[in-house]
Design a protein around this ligand. Structure first.
Ligand code: ADP
Ligand code: ASP
Ligand code: MG
Length: 488
């Protein structure tokens, strides 16, 4: 499409740019040259409908994990191990670029890939020499995944007539310096996007930005936390007042549970922001928990779609959930949790005691998922993390502390559990063979959650799915897919 023919996205300040769509493609959607070409075809489809896409991409599948492995090898002083991982990554990127691109486009991207990997090697050598990995250098190392994938995807777009242009996310996604989980500065981001990205769209380009990474005002590289590319998409959508945000992944949308655990999971056609946020927070990896907020604030609809099956309608996330005859929309499971029992002798109700317990978690920036109290004890659940020994040492100053690891939280989400009786009975009878360690209903009116052993997750999820999704409401769930699956 020529620059002249491309619809302009200029509007009055604050007004929605209805024809601007932010399209985020996850790691599996850019895992190799074929996947990058599928991505280009999907983006072309949007442009042919008269939309202006801004594209956010993850690192190629598994690259972030491998970069983290290289960083930690270097941090242990294992220079050879770290450089070997980087060399394998360099080859994978070069081979993908060679399959995707030709001519001058290949030469220029090849040069960029070699240059970036030379810089990564230098960085790893430096970390290995010092023998210490700080959160700040770790963010720098992992940022290479999205920095390089966005260059390759932008070049792939150009080769396919989409006028791709890479935008370094670090020029737009301004964050604080909380390395590893930096907090975005939304006003600054909006200003930077208006300055760097809008003119490109209006000139007929398809901007491509790496997700997950950002930089402080001083230009130091940061990351938004694992799975953070979804968050970038929402920040870009919010900052540009986009008409829609599309999260392209490797499943047909938000499903009734993780299809890897339960192959007969069904696609949920529509889900509310509130339900999706609850699911994401409690472990449904399909969406980053922070994704929803910038979209909700500006009422931007979010879609979750399948890049391997682009014709599928996906899931639409909307402000209000449609009426649903089934009590639950989806089941999420969050593993690697630890239960901490804090036991005090008849002191619990003493003024200020609970505060002193929670203050300890606050000091270590440790989020608590579930709490239950009795007269003398508090049980809390937290993500298993390397600060737990320090947290426990502090708690032991005020109480006896007991830790139990390898726990998991199951969270059943649905607007329609409000006011329904008999649901808990059905739920716990479906998993009567599973040992339930803690229960919570009430923190939010739209979820029921409980803690079990990590090893029981698969059995519990399948039993609950069989109980609650045997006869799902066809207006909310894609029951068509189930009848097709059973036919073949
Ligand atoms: P991406 O690389 O595109 O960001 P992710 O691996 O982060 O993809 O998220 C997609 C995966 O989330 C799916 O492959 C699926 O296994 C998992 N998942 C967990 N819970 C759900 C759910 N309720 N609906 C859909 N997918 C889910
Ligand atoms: N590449 C990053 C990760 O694997 C961010 C993302 O893909 O969302 O966590
Ligand atoms: Mg993800």
């Amino acid at each position: 499409m020529s620059a002249e023919a491309h619809p302009s996205v200029e509007t009055h300040p604050g007004e929605a740019r209805t024809n601007l769509v932010v399209m985020k493609f996850g790691g599996t959607s850019v895992e190799d040259a074929k996947a990058m070409l599928r991505t280009a075809a999907i983006v072309r489809g949007r442009r042919e409908r008269g939309l202006s896409p801004v594209v956010v991409v993850s690192a190629m599948a598994k690259v972030t994990d491998q970069l983290l492995a290289a960083a930690s090898a270097a941090g242990r002083g294992d220079k050879i191990g770290a450089l070997a991982i980087a060399a394998r990554l360099r080859n994978r990127h070069l081979e993908t670029a060679a399959e995707l691109l030709c001519g001058d486009l290949f030469s220029s991207i090849e040069k960029i890939i070699r240059h970036e990997f030379d810089a990564l090697d230098d960085l790893l050598r430096g970390i290995a020499a010092v023998g210490e990995l700080t959160p700040r250098t770790s963010d720098n190392v992992v940022s290479f995944g999205e920095r390089i994938s966005s260059q390759m995807v932008a070049a792939g777009f150009t080769q396919n007539g989409l006028n791709g242009v890479q935008v370094d996310a670090r020029t737009c996604i301004v964050t604080d310096d909380h390395y590893g989980k930096a907090v975005p500065q939304e006003a600054a981001i909006e200003a930077r996007l208006t300055q760097h990205v809008l003119p490109l769209i209006n000139a007929g380009h398809t901007p491509v930005m790496g997700g997950f990474i950002g930089a402080t005002e001083q230009g130091i590289t940061t990351t938004l936390g694992r799975g953070g590319s979804d968050f970038t998409a929402a920040l870009v959508g919010g900052g540009l007042n986009a008409g829609a945000i599309e999260i392209w992944t490797d499943v047909n949308g938000i499903m009734t549970t993780d299809p890897r655990i339960c192959p007969d999971a069904l696609r949920v056609k529509t889900i509310s922001f509130e339900e999706a946020a609850e699911l994401a927070y409690f472990g449904a990896k399909v969406l980053h928990p922070a994704t929803i907020l910038p979209a909700v604030q500006k009422s931007i609809p979010v879609w979750v779609l399948n890049s391997r099956n682009a014709a599928n309608e996906g899931t639409k996330i909307t402000a209000v959930a449609p009426p649903c005859a089934s009590p639950f929309k989806s089941i999420a499971a969050k593993k690697r949790l630890t239960i901490i029992d804090v036991v005090a002798s008849r002191m619990l109700m003493t003024h200020g005691y609970l505060k002193s317990v929670f203050d300890v978690f606050d000091r270590y920036h440790c989020a608590i998922d579930m709490v239950s109290t009795s007269e003398v004890s508090i049980s809390l659940t937290v993500d298993s993390n390397e600060r737990l020994p320090e947290i426990c040492a502090e708690l032991e100053k005020i109480a006896d502390v007991k830790l139990e690891g390898h726990k998991a939280l199951i969270c059943m989400v649905g607007e329609d559990i409000r006011g329904q009786s008999g649901i808990s009975g059905r739920l716990f009878s479906a998993i009567r063979h599973v040992n339930v360690r803690m229960i919570s209903q009430g923190a939010s009116e739209i979820n029921m959650s409980f803690m079990i052993e990590e090893s029981d997750v698969e059995e519990a999820v399948r039993s609950l799915h069989a109980e609650f999704f045997v006869d799902p409401d066809p207006t909310v769930f894609d029951t068509e897919a189930r009848s097709l699956a059973t036919r073949t």
